[in-house]
Design a protein. Structure first.
Length: 258
């Protein structure tokens, strides 16, 4: 909730800032036209093209990167679901007397993993659940490796242990994926370019006798909305964009663990 409000506030400030600079740019342009009607537009097109080109390029790359990382996070959920499901099936290779304890550990581990993402966007609560998941992970790993060292558990050693290792590796990869973001300076530069573009766009509208509010509001809304959606894609689970549909695969897997 805090993140959502922060991003909305950022987009709102950017929207208002662009409207103000559009008007400021128009006033500067009109004043320049009064003093130098012929030279007021000299070289402006080149500068406008450069700034808007850079703004469009940066916005495109930022949005594309955010969307790519969003898809990668969804793919990791599918990988984790498959890895846990495979490891769960290979528990059947253990001696019958050892299976219940390992299976119970798997259930508690998956419950904790699901709780991590259900707690979002409460980051503090999610970190607590993540710590519990890691503690359960260590317990399950210790029990499984102890059984596999025995003579009766030898048949499962070459199949169960690698499957569990992959399962835990993907869990770590999901945690690291949540920390993969562009440096903050990229978003600061994006905002500054949007404001600079608004100033130049306002200057270019100085030839009109009245303000074109449709163009001014449309420009500010489009840029602010594009940056807002990019931030939502970059930080899923913290805002309105979530991954509940893909989390359902883990929920269904948990339901099948009888």
């Amino acid at each position: 909730m805090i993140f959502t409000l922060s991003v909305l506030a950022f987009a709102g400030v950017l929207f208002v800032g662009m409207l103000v600079l559009l008007d400021v740019g128009r006033r500067i342009g009109r004043r320049r036209l009064q003093h130098d009607a012929e030279g007021a537009r000299a070289g402006v097109g080149v500068i406008e093209g450069s700034v808007f080109g850079l703004l469009g390029l940066l916005l495109a790359f930022t949005f594309s990167g955010a969307a790519s990382r969003f898809d990668a996070r969804r793919h990791l959920i599918v990988q984790e679901t498959n890895a846990i499901g495979t490891a769960w099936q290979r528990i059947d290779m253990l001696p019958p007397e050892f299976r219940p304890a390992i299976q119970d550990g798997f259930r508690r581990y998956l419950d904790a993993r699901l709780a991590v993402y259900r707690k979002m966007p409460d980051v503090v609560a999610a970190k607590k659940e993540l710590a519990d998941a890691r503690r359960i992970q260590e317990e399950v790993w210790a029990k499984a490796t102890a059984v596999c060292r025995t003579e009766d558990g030898a048949p499962a050693r070459m199949l169960l242990i690698p499957a569990m290792n992959e399962m835990f590796d993907i869990a770590d990869a999901r945690v690291l994926a949540t920390r993969m973001h562009p440096p903050a300076i990229v978003f600061v530069m994006l905002g500054l370019l949007a404001l600079a573009g608004a100033l130049l766009a306002g200057y270019g509208m100085a030839g009109g006798q009245t303000r074109s509010w449709i163009h001014m509001v449309g420009f500010a809304t489009t840029i602010a909305l594009a940056i807002y959606v990019t931030l939502e894609f970059e930080y899923p689970r913290l805002g309105f964009i979530r991954l509940h549909d893909f989390d359902q695969a883990l929920v269904d897997l948990r339901s099948s663990m009888k």
